[in-house]
Design a protein around this ligand. Structure first.
Ligand code: ZN
Length: 353
């Protein structure tokens, strides 16, 4: 546990749900944890006791990626953790593969509706289209503009066009839209939809004042900072500003709220965590400013400033997105200027005096 984590409180201690089982964390709310074959090695999913159209059952929040191990764990959950009741709907916080990957399978399996924001529904459907979706040549060209020149890395980035559909092979053909401010009635309790930006196009967190619970998705994680990246599809995006503005909206929730994050353990200390995330990014932004004050820097040149460890390919692409996100916030705030060099690379420098 790092120093910042010690400022948070984990009411369940180190207790984790065993694979294929569900752990009750509040009345009618169960925690399921599934393994992921990535550096981020698990995801938390939630089961909410529900009633829909007069039928008793459970709502699922988030799905895991499409792979056999997750399907097998889901089958075990269905058999043992649902009190013999069906799944009634599939709620997805956002379109990233670990959250939406099995939505199609779950909706088919139970003949139920997917609930998701419209933006993330559309983006995920585009993503399933394969080489015409995300990544590949377009990502490589975007990283080149930002100074990534290593030919091996570029070849691998360009070749990786099938990443999303390999984890999210399909999306349901229909969905029900969730929007900021919507109130979902789940098992007779009101859950409020809170939109968040900067991590996914339109991430929805769910807050139940009666239970004092926030299903924070990836917008409020206790240990790691949420990935905030610029992607090739929206090359001038300012996601870090969006993220920081979005987490400030959680200050309106009760201070004692128990946050159920998608990665890590349920925690209280929401306000402290908001402060920590602001401080973390303020520090990173100051480092980027200092580097750019010495000489104009591309996003690739800022990487060793932001990330002090060696990065593999997967981490490099994430890190580039994060690096550009920090530069863009400073650029939009007028603290840095962007210039396109003769070598076709964007560099960021202090504004001319
Ligand atoms: Zn995510």
């Amino acid at each position: 546990m790092n120093d910042l984590e010690k400022q948070l409180h984990y009411p369940l201690g180190d207790t984790l749900p065993e694979p294929g089982t569900a752990l009750t964390v509040a009345p009618g709310v169960k925690w399921v944890r599934m393994a992921l074959p990535f550096a981020l090695n698990h995801i938390n999913l939630w089961l909410l006791r529900d009633e829909l159209d007069g039928v008793q059952g459970w709502s699922v929040v988030d799905c895991c990626i499409s792979h056999d191990a997750a399907r097998a764990q889901w089958e075990q959950i269905f058999a043992e953790a649902l009190d013999g009741l069906p799944i009634l709907r599939v709620i997805v916080t956002h379109m990233h593969p670990d959250h939406v990957g099995l939505a199609h399978w779950l909706c088919e399996r139970w003949q139920v509706r997917l609930w998701i924001s419209a933006t993330d529904y559309c983006m995920a459907r585009i993503g399933t289209l394969g080489p015409t979706g995300f990544g590949g040549e377009s990502a490589a060209a975007f990283f080149a503009l930002h100074g990534l020149t290593d030919p091996d890395v570029m070849t691998q980035v360009a070749a990786r066009s099938n990443y999303f559909p390999s984890l999210v092979p399909a999306m349901p053909g229909m969905y029900r839209r969730m929007q900021d401010g919507d109130q979902l009635s789940v098992g007779g309790r009101a859950w409020q939809c809170i939109s968040g930006y900067g991590h996914a196009p339109e991430h929805i967190s769910l807050y139940c004042a009666e239970l004092g619970l926030l299903i924070g998705g990836d917008m409020m994680l206790p240990r790691i900072s949420t990935n905030v990246s610029v992607y090739d599809q929206e090359p001038e995006a300012n996601p870090l500003r969006q993220f920081l503005d979005s987490i400030d909206r959680f200050r309106a929730l009760d201070a004692q709220t128990l946050t159920l994050p998608s990665h890590g353990k349920p925690f209280t200390g929401l306000y402290q965590r908001i402060e920590q995330l602001h401080a973390h990014h303020a520090e990173r932004l100051a480092e980027v400013m200092a580097a750019c004050a010495e000489r104009p820097c591309s996003a690739a040149e800022v990487l060793p400033v932001l990330f002090k460890r060696a990065l593999d390919l997967h981490q490099t692409t994430f890190a580039m997105g994060e690096s550009i996100a920090h530069l863009h916030l400073l650029w939009y705030d007028g603290r840095l200027q962007r210039r396109l060099g003769d070598d076709g690379i964007y560099r960021f420098a202090l504004p001319a005096a």
